[in-house]
Design a protein around this ligand. Structure first.
Ligand SMILES: Cc1cc2nc3c(=O)[nH]c(=O)nc-3n(C[C@H](O)[C@H](O)[C@H](O)COP(=O)(O)OP(=O)(O)OC[C@H]3O[C@@H](n4cnc5c(N)ncnc54)[C@H](O)[C@@H]3O)c2cc1C
Length: 278
């Protein structure tokens, strides 16, 4: 394992042999694979000490988090609690205190698990990722970054540098629910995040995203369209539930069944609409 002290040294190492070096942040996903003998890599690049990947920066239009921001840091951030509560809820629902102290937001994004807890919140907030390599940097939306099961648009010589959240959620109502086998230390069967702006009982704007119901975290754009501009009535809910059932593609696996996941996703949509109407 190499542990460079600054970002440019790390990027130089990656540029020389891009596929050979596996970035290693908090290690909470990687150590599980290593212990299970399922990690093929032999060279690890610890990015834990890179100061450029740390910190939460607040500007008038954005809140930008370094990729190494831990769940504990997210939970302690006042600006995130006020403006991006779904991300704080996701952080609070992630693993145990130990995992929250060590696990990073960048690691959760790069790991690309469809069952991860932060991606639905990031999708709802239209988060963007700043990716960096020795040859430059680029900004990409989270929406579209996860290209398939555990697949991302990250190049072999790139790191996630920062996560940028647009500060445009004033007056929105927020909803987050993780359904798992237990209240804590469980991987989600369904994870549901949403934000909406309501005026006189009508949905002016709504964003919905789910985890564990498709090969990637999913922004439910069709369901959003079905609800946008609608009054919160039993009829509009039923129509949106039907759209949601078609939009998601859950599977049977060791944690749950496709049928249960579809039903729960619909029930969570109902709970969201109930909360929005109060
Ligand atoms: C006991 C336990 C409970 C858990 N519970 C949950 C849970 O409830 N919800 C949940 O979502 N997750 C959970 N996890 C998974 C894990 O904690 C998170 O995914 C965490 O955010 C990973 O971050 P990390 O820094 O530890 O990543 P690492 O393990 O260091 O890396 C994970 C992957 O991301 C890549 N990577 C990391 N940082 C970068 C970067 N900046 N740029 C490019 N690639 C990068 C690595 O190469 C690797 O492929 C749990 C893990 C454990 C061990």
């Amino acid at each position: 394992m190499e542990a460079p002290r600054d970002l440019s040294s790390a990027l130089q190492i990656m540029a020389q042999q891009p596929a050979a070096w596996k970035p290693f942040a908090g290690g909470t996903d990687l150590m599980v694979l290593l212990e299970a003998g399922r990690l093929p890599h032999r060279r690890f690049l610890s990015i834990w000490k890179l100061p450029e990947l740390r910190g939460i920066e607040v500007t008038p239009r954005h809140v930008t988090l370094g990729a190494l921001t831990t769940y504990t840091e997210i939970r302690r951030s006042e600006v995130l609690a006020q403006e991006f509560p779904l991300l704080c809820r996701a952080a609070a629902e992630t693993g145990s205190v130990a995992t929250q102290n060590r696990g990073t937001l960048g690691g959760n994004i790069a790991n690309a698990s469809p069952a991860a807890d932060s991606p639905p919140a990031l999708l709802v907030y239209d988060a963007e990722l700043e990716l960096v390599s020795a040859s430059g940097w680029r900004r990409v939306p989270c929406h579209g970054f996860w290209t398939g099961y555990k697949q991302t648009g990250l190049q072999a010589d790139e790191l996630i540098h920062r996560i940028r959240l647009p500060r445009a959620t004033n007056g929105w109502k927020h909803y987050y629910r993780k359904v798992g086998t237990r209240r804590a230390q469980a991987i989600s069967k369904v994870c549901f995040a949403a934000s909406a702006r309501i005026d006189a009982g009508r949905i002016v704007q709504i964003r919905i995203a789910l985890g564990s119901v498709a090969p990637t975290a999913l922004r439910a754009v069709q369901t959003e369209k079905a609800l946008q501009g609608e009054k919160l009535t039993p009829e509009s809910l039923r129509a949106a539930q039907a759209v949601l059932a078609r939009e998601i593609a859950p599977i049977d696996d060791m944690r749950s069944t496709a049928r249960y996941r579809r039903r729960i996703a619909q029930n969570l949509l109902a709970e969201l609409c109930e909360r929005l109407s109060t």
